[in-house]
Design a protein around this ligand. Structure first.
Ligand code: SF4
Length: 383
């Protein structure tokens, strides 16, 4: 079975105010045991002969904040898997301020093909409002290190809708990003997740969120500018030069099998979703004791799987391909979702032809709301 492999490194030098990923600031005694456990779990995955790893994505957290010797051990194990299975893409996330030449060479020498840099903004005040550790000039330095080290692909992440951001500062960030020569760009709208410090600041009135109209116009500004400079939008938040789409994320959006390794990582294989325990110390304890690190498991029925597949495919600009959907799920999308499709076509949020159902540009602005209507609860199973 082909699968994407995701490895979660849950450590960062500082916690960003908007972040709701499982990550924390480690002390120096924590990284070694964590990497030992990651290597042990990876060896189990590698021994599972039924899985053929097609892509690798190491994220977090900040993988490049690991001490060099720990990063080296993790990369050696992943490099072996990449060589054995001839993976087609091997991505590592790197944050400015943590990527130096030594770490870049460790990645490159173990087969990493693609580096994804969390730039987020090129405006010093905006970066500060996000609690990022880096300054704008460190993004350029990271890009230069990536270029010199010779990775095949290089992506940058940007955020729009940051408090205080204007169309002018957003345009500067977009142009600065393109000026560094990436072949892929991800542009996410800032979200205020309950439980994060930024959410609390919003609640206390210490920050003002961008209003919906401004956020929509920043998104459209980004789409128009990136099209002008030769980047195709292929997913709600992702843009690439021809041939540079992220293959790992495409597997995910097509609801293909993915294996997650590390604390809080999620696997999705044969309709069953498993989540590793979201606690690094408990994760290490379980792996050391040769116990399963899985703390949650859910097996989806056929209709619920079809609903999720529809929702994920809608994230892609080409949308739901009727034939591919039928092959993947056994259902025709019009039979399952006829009413929902007609309703959203009538309001201009979806478009369809005989073989394809996709979000319109306006639909992409409210994608979460539209996609939620495609989730089929288990209670409707068989009904
Ligand atoms: S660097 Fe990324 S993972 Fe780490 S705290 Fe910031 S947003 Fe979260």
């Amino acid at each position: 079975m082909r699968a994407g492999l995701y490895v979660h490194v849950p450590f960062c030098p500082r916690k960003c105010g908007y972040c709701d990923f499982y990550s924390l600031v480690p002390d120096s005694s924590m990284t070694g045991p964590l990497v030992d456990a990651l290597v042990a779990e990876l060896n189990q995955v590698a021994d599972a002969a039924a899985i053929h790893v097609e892509t690798i994505f190491v994220g977090g957290g900040t993988p490049t904040s690991l001490p060099c010797e720990d990063l080296m051990r993790l990369m050696r194990t992943l490099g072996d898997i990449a060589g054995r299975d001839r993976v087609v893409e091997f991505t590592v996330e790197a944050n400015p301020g943590t990527l130096d030449i030594q770490r870049a060479e460790i990645l490159r020498s173990h087969g990493v093909t693609r580096v994804s840099i969390g730039a987020q903004s090129f405006d010093a005040d905006e970066l500060e409002r996000l609690d990022r550790i880096h300054r704008p000039d460190q993004i350029a330095l990271s890009a230069e290190i990536v270029r010199q080290t010779g990775f095949e692909h290089f992506s940058l992440d940007l955020i729009f809708g940051i408090p205080g951001q204007t169309p002018v500062s957003w345009q500067r960030s977009l142009e600065s990003a393109i000026g560094l020569g990436p072949d892929h760009l991800a542009c996410y709208g800032l979200t205020y997740e309950p439980g994060t410090p930024l959410y609390e600041r919003l609640r206390r009135g210490e920050v003002t969120a961008a209003d919906e109209d401004l956020e929509a116009s920043l998104y459209e500004q980004g789409i128009a500018y990136l099209a002008r400079v030769g980047f195709e939008q292929y997913e709600i938040s992702n843009f690439a030069r021809p041939g540079a789409r992220c293959l790992h994320n495409l597997l995910y959006w097509q609801n293909q099998p993915t294996v997650g390794v590390g604390p809080s990582a999620v696997s999705y294989v044969a309709g069953t979703r498993r989540r590793n325990v979201p606690d690094w110390a408990e994760y290490v304890r379980r792996v050391r004791a040769e116990l399963s690190p899985v703390s949650e498991s859910e097996t989806l029925g056929e209709r619920a799987r079809a609903g999720e597949t529809a929702m994920l495919m809608l994230r892609l600009v080409e949308g739901i391909d009727r034939g591919r959907f039928r092959t993947a799920t056994g259902f025709d999308p019009h039979e399952l979702f006829g009413g929902v499709i007609e309703q959203h076509v009538a309001t201009g949020l979806l478009e369809k032809d005989g073989e394809r159902i996709a979000l319109t540009t306006r639909g992409r602005l409210v994608a979460d709301r539209v996609m939620a209507d495609f989730l089929l609860p288990e209670s409707k199973e068989g009904g």
